[in-house]
Design a protein around this ligand. Structure first.
Ligand code: DX5
Ligand code: ZN
Length: 218
């Protein structure tokens, strides 16, 4: 089954508990948490203190997307939260393999993410070690941006590599996912769909259900 990971970046933080319950009712699978440091991306969000509280009130696993420079300084803060996935950016790290291994040693599934301008080829030496590849389909930093159409060929290329070499990672797509493009992204080979603006600020239950149905039909 393909999974929906609502991004709480677009949630109403003053009503977060209620909105998290609605995600669950709508069949959301993961809570996508965008951690931003104001350096790797031009925005700031929240950190482990907030995620700990979220973990206590929600039954859904955490999908943590670290948009921070020097992630080696931050990842140990997230280990005690036992997220399902902990993802770091290729562009933000010097010793990628070391960090991926250190995440996996904690029993946490490790992800690597690439920005829109980073070619899939730059991942060739790490693909066999990761559990997830997160393809950014907007420039990271903000919710509500428009999907960059040329990213589709990157998703297809990654999916082809995965099938050819029998890699075990799942493909996640993040940025500008809507009910209008989600089927196309799914056909390109995506397994996990992050969606922020498309879910929050509308009927959360209904939109989550709709996205889930669109990628799991047939
Ligand atoms: C952007 C974040 C995304 C963002 C997606 O930097 O990584 O997770 O919340 O939001 P939408 O779905 O609104 O593009
Ligand atoms: Zn994200």
């Amino acid at each position: 089954m393909k999974l929906i990971a609502p991004s709480i970046l677009s949630a109403n933080f003053l009503n977060l508990e209620n909105e998290l319950k609605q995600i669950e009712k709508g069949g959301g699978d993961l809570i996508h948490c965008d951690i931003m440091d104001g350096h790797f991306v031009p925005n700031l969000t929240f950190g482990p203190v907030v995620l700990k509280k979220i973990g206590e009130i929600s039954n859904l696993p955490l999908d943590i997307h670290l948009m921070v420079r020097e992630p080696e300084k931050f990842i140990p803060m997230f280990f005690p939260l036992k997220p399902k996935y902990l993802t770091i950016h290729l562009e933000a790290v010097t010793h990628l393999h070391r960090l991926i291994v250190s995440i996996k040693e904690q029993g946490i599934q490790a992800g690597v993410s690439i920005n829109p301008a980073t070619p899939v080829g730059h991942l060739s030496e790490i693909l066999e070690f990761v559990d997830l590849v997160l393809v950014m389909t907007v420039n990271p930093g903000f919710g509500g941006q428009t999907f960059i159409d040329s990213s589709l060929r990157k998703i297809k290329e990654l999916n082809r590599l995965k099938n050819d070499k029998k890699y075990a990672f799942v493909i996640e797509v993040d940025g500008g996912v809507t009910k209008n493009n989600i089927s196309m992204i799914s056909e390109a080979g995506c397994d996990i769909f992050v969606a922020g603006a498309a879910i929050f600020g509308t009927d959360i239950i209904q939109e989550t259900k709709l996205l889930k149905t669109l990628v799991n039909k047939q």
